[in-house]
Ligand binder design. Sequence first.
Ligand SMILES: Cc1cc2nc3c(=O)[nH]c(=O)nc-3n(C[C@H](O)[C@H](O)[C@H](O)COP(=O)(O)OP(=O)(O)OC[C@H]3O[C@@H](n4cnc5c(N)ncnc54)[C@H](O)[C@@H]3O)c2cc1C
Length: 383
Amino acid sequence: MARGPKVIVIGGGTMGSATAWALAARGAAVTVLERFSHVHEYGSHSGFTRITRESYHEGAGYVPLVRRADALWQALGERVGERLLVRTGMVEFGPESDPEYAGAIAACRAAAVAHELMDAAEARRRFPIAVPDGWTACFTPSGGYLRVGPCLEALKREAISLGADWRTGARVREVALGERPRVLLDEGTLLPADQVVVTAGAYLPGLLPGFLPGRLKVLRRVLAWTRPDPLEVPRLAAMPVWAGFTPQGFMYGFPHGDEGVTGFKLACHAPTADPSEAAVDPERVDRSIHPADLAPLAGFLDAYLPAGRGEFVHATVCLYTCTPSTDFVIDRVPGDRRVWVAGGFSGHGFKFAPAIGELVAEAVVTGEAPEALRAFARARHGG
Ligand SMILES: Cc1cc2nc3c(=O)[nH]c(=O)nc-3n(C[C@H](O)[C@H](O)[C@H](O)COP(=O)(O)OP(=O)(O)OC[C@H]3O[C@@H](n4cnc5c(N)ncnc54)[C@H](O)[C@@H]3O)c2cc1C
């Protein structure tokens, strides 16, 4: 039985599931409130798979967090008897003059990440990627992908087995700050708590508009799957997860597989909006797929991965919630020490979930932010 504080977690998606699991493991009495079902298409975890990588072009400072999360995913998978992390290795390619690609290589060197740098001819020999002469490729054996549904199911199941109360179809309308934080559900119930953790993903700016006003941007992104020529499938299925730092943007994808959809999955990772791109409202975002969504992906395949070309058989919309720096924001709400927020995962948060859950749970239970959370303080984002 839980002996610790009564904690409400708002949003049972990626970070909420991980935080609830870590809180329950520390003896907290946890209630998770999720407005949709457990695992759904309306937030930031749709699309069945997520890349994990140590070649962290966003900064070598993230590498220890990737490593901690990797160990936690593996331990969780062993505990629940399910493969959560598929270790394929990761290959990235680009011109070394590209600052982000150079950043990925620099992170490998700075954090002693095992990696192999090769020229274009060697990369073309090993992978079905048309790496242009003059570019290089960097292979990191620690890369791979996480299976979203099994990961989130495992976190939920473990949290419930440790006493967590998990409610789906429970939409929070408001978090009332004051003597004791209270959470108002859509149907009118007011739930008191000792502490509250808000992990509402793309719905965070709507739920807590005062948390980081004007600094969180929700962006619409598209994931797509092709059906390549069957003769190419064995080569594509044997690929590691991959990413190209190209003039068309940071394109990435997975080996050919049947995780949720049978096909060759790819997307463009653009965590900052170009000046012409408007932020979207997650309640009203256009979830239809248009030719303009798929054209850049087809163009990328034509230029660099022709074996992956084929009819698009599926595509889905997913939401990024981006901070200006693309670093996460994990902190208390201003003026209330008992309400924590973990958000702004800027399109690269999934891999970290159990490590983030652990840090947030530690902060909630001890009342002190662990050192590792300092990098994600609200003040760093202009808050
Ligand atoms: C296209 C795409 C590709 C990505 N690829 C990768 C990748 O390869 N590797 C990687 O590491 N990361 C990747 N990410 C990022 C990663 O998936 C996200 O950073 C992560 O899922 C964010 O987790 P979250 O908990 O903030 O959001 P979610 O998982 O969306 O969880 C938020 C939850 O809160 C619930 N909620 C919201 N408001 C309320 C309310 N008022 N009441 C109750 N519940 C509420 C929502 O329904 C939702 O379930 C990708 C993201 C996208 C969109």
